[in-house]
Design a protein around this ligand. Structure first.
Ligand code: ATP
Ligand code: 9VF
Ligand code: MG
Length: 275
């Protein structure tokens, strides 16, 4: 008739160590387990080492890089041409996107010297490509870019200061809300991620079509034209969407924190590497 062992509370540093080691597939509940710290730690360390060895033996692909390759392949197969532009952009592009000095997003910009900044979004250079390719390529013009973006952020588990965006857009024939929603569905079905669609408002574009995974925004998508198009030399209807790749990974792998799937010194494919 054994009494249940009283649960020993972990110290804050033990809890943080165990939380780093834990992945969503583990069965342990840190609130309820009666295992002691070193027993649990050694089980988790052994599992994580095994998983990293399996990765090394079998795939050797970084999940963020792999997701970028998969998204590129998907969009290229749908007729979008891949762009790689500079991460450093003129600060003036921020203003021209309608983001005034006193706006929240303006305060989030990492500025460098010479009136340049780290891009917080891909849209400005994509606008320039649309304007130039419209004189060269047949209609509709379909383009995309995937790459790092930077914003000063203060809150937690779904925001990174360095994240990866994909922005795809189509200008000209077929730029309807119906085609946008169809493309978003094909994209998320291809990635095998559940989603819902919500209407939202943002200061840059006005009305947006937001793609949600539970409470987390995966994407803001827009049906143009919008008034600022004229400042970018664009005068045809367009549709476009911007997704954060680390948020897609967080949704797909059920990560508690977005940093598990980000560029990181400490996590490799969601696995803590201080083992
Ligand atoms: P939020 O309101 O969640 O801060 P946002 O509406 O400011 O995001 P957008 O400008 O619409 O973000 O950017 C398009 C997409 O880029 C977002 O839907 C999200 O997936 C991703 N994203 C934006 N900011 C971040 C960030 N700091 N960290 C990770 N992903 C981000
Ligand atoms: C929607 C997310 C302005 C014609 C080059 C394409 C879009 C993407 C919104 C992004 C942003 N817009 N972070 O525009 O696809 O710009 O706020 Si275009
Ligand atoms: Mg948004």
């Amino acid at each position: 008739n054994a009494e249940p062992k009283p649960k020993k509370a972990f110290s804050p540093s033990q809890l943080s160590r165990l939380e780093s080691l834990l992945v969503s597939g583990d069965e342990f509940d840190l609130e309820k387990t009666d295992m002691d710290f070193s027993e649990l730690e050694s089980v988790l360390v052994a599992r994580r080492k095994q998983e990293l060895c399996d990765l090394y033996a079998n795939s050797r692909e970084h999940m963020l890089a792999k997701l970028e390759r998969d998204i590129s392949a998907f969009l290229i197969s749908k007729g979008f041409i891949e762009i790689k532009s500079s991460i450093l952009i003129p600060e003036e592009y921020i203003l021209r996107m309608g983001i005034d000095k006193d706006e929240e997003l303006s305060k989030q910009i990492f500025r460098t010297d010479d009136n340049m900044c780290l891009r917080p979004m891909l849209a400005p250079v994509l606008y320039n490509y649309l304007a130039r390719f419209d004189k060269i390529l047949p209609d509709p013009v379909k383009i995309f870019e995937i790459g790092p973006c930077y914003r000063k952020e203060s809150d937690g588990s779904s925001h990174l200061e360095e994240f990866t965006m994909v922005n795809f857009c189509q200008m000209g024939d077929g730029s309807t809300r119906e085609n946008l929603v169809k493309l978003l569905d094909e994209f998320l079905t291809y990635l095998d991620i559940d989603y819902t669609i919500e209407g939202d408002e943002c200061m840059v574009y006005g009305a947006t079509v937001d793609v949600m995974h539970g409470d987390m925004e995966l994407s803001s998508a827009v049906v143009g034209p919008v008034p600022m198009d004229i400042d970018w030399g664009v005068s045809k209807p367009w549709i476009g969407a911007g997704f954060g790749l680390e948020r897609l990974l967080k949704a797909r792998h059920n990560f508690k924190n977005i940093k598990r799937g980000s560029r990181s010194e400490f996590y490799y494919n969601g696995i803590y590497t201080k083992l």
